[in-house]
Design a protein around this ligand. Structure first.
Ligand SMILES: [Fe+2]
Length: 369
């Protein structure tokens, strides 16, 4: 499947990823044929892009997050947040919720680690409700994948996952006017935003069953390697490894995910931004590993090569992410009999850009099936 802006999706394309509401109810099932009325309604609801399957898609993508699981995590996390906001915190109530969450996250770890290629797909989930939680879940999958690549043990990965769920908890105590303000924030509003890591840390301290990792990640996720972050301006490895790792995922996800009415950056663009911040905003060792395991050109996506040919990404190997196998469909401005170009072998041609559609019309876009 591949991600395509709704404005250019032809009627009759097959939906590649189920869409659900915040309760986990399916709005549109994976596999349905998209009618133009559906597409118009989705645009109105704030969606910008959808995953589709068509004549060009081949890759089998696992849906790492089943809608019901997402809904349950959000419900449990919301309940913990509400309970911690009470003057008298019921430690038993919070403890039960955290045990439940631990159990769900344990299962998710296995799914994420078994399907690293699918992780980048969920990072562009279209969402219009509760995007703070959805952002947290997207970051979590990426952080777990990166933590595994950095050889963190399973207990550390679980802590990382738990910390990801609650990292922005301080934001729930921010006024909605600030949180959802579409225009630039005033200096006073910015000060409020910059308090959310400390606020989150203070609230999470009230949950005695939660390991310290989670609250430290909440406190440190906006710190930067060169000391230019907040709230404390910590430098280098003064921050905890989990926080440094998470900071990379947080920024990448914020750039690449679709938000209501705003399409995200392409994965290759977000990845390039993170790489450019290695050694300044981010820990360079973590960024190197990130570059090694985040695929800039997801399977089935369209790309243009440096020699002008256009095609579909078919295979990518770890450590060779910038040199995928590409099935060429357009050459010299014309549709050609498709063939596969292995960029890792040629060394002459590179991917120039991810594109939404081919420059040549007339290549069949809708599957006969
Ligand atoms: Fe944050």
């Amino acid at each position: 499947m591949r991600l395509v802006p709704i404005s250019i999706i032809p009627e009759g394309s097959i939906l590649g990823q189920s869409l659900s509401d915040e309760q986990g109810h399916i709005l549109l099932q994976r596999g349905v044929k998209l009618k133009s009325t559906f597409l118009q309604q989705l645009l109105k609801r704030g969606y910008t892009s959808l995953y589709i399957e068509d004549a060009f898609t081949e890759a089998e993508v696992v849906e790492v997050y089943q809608p019901q699981v997402v809904a349950e995590i959000i419900a449990v996390a919301q309940s913990v947040t509400e309970q911690l906001g009470q003057p008298q915190v019921s430690q038993r109530g919070v403890g039960e919720k955290i045990s439940r969450l631990t159990h769900i996250l344990e299962g998710l770890l296995d799914t994420i680690l078994a399907n690293p290629d699918s992780v980048v797909h969920l990072l562009t989930l279209s969402s219009f409700d509760q995007f703070t939680y959805k952002h947290s879940l997207n970051c979590m999958a990426l952080a777990v994948m990166l933590g595994d690549a950095l050889d963190l043990d399973r207990g550390s990965l679980l802590n990382l996952a738990m910390g990801s769920v609650f990292h922005d908890m301080g934001k729930f105590f921010l006024s909605k006017d600030i949180l959802l303000k579409p225009s630039k924030l005033t200096p006073d509003e910015m000060d409020c935003v910059r308090r959310h890591p400390r606020d989150g840390y203070d609230y999470l301290k009230k949950a005695s069953q939660l390991l310290p990792t989670a609250r430290i990640m909440a406190l440190e996720h906006h710190e930067k390697w060169d000391g230019s972050g907040y709230p404390a301006g910590k430098r280098g490895d003064e921050t905890f490894l989990h926080s440094r790792l998470f900071a990379v995922c947080d920024v990448f996800e914020a750039l690449t995910a679709n938000r209501p009415y705003r399409a995200g950056w392409k994965v290759s663009e977000g990845r390039a931004f993170v790489i450019s911040g290695g050694g300044s905003h981010f820990d360079l060792d973590i960024v190197r590993e990130f570059a090694r395991c985040v695929n800039p050109y997801p399977l089935d996506s369209f790309v243009r090569l440096s020699d002008g040919r256009e095609g579909v990404v078919r295979q990518v190997k770890r450590g060779m992410m910038d040199y995928p196998d590409v099935e060429i469909f357009v050459e010299n401005g014309r549709a050609v009999q498709p063939y596969v170009e292995m960029l890792a072998k040629s060394h002459r041609v590179v991917v120039e850009a991810a594109i939404d559609e081919f420059s040549v019309r007339g290549i069949p876009l809708v599957s006969e099936g």
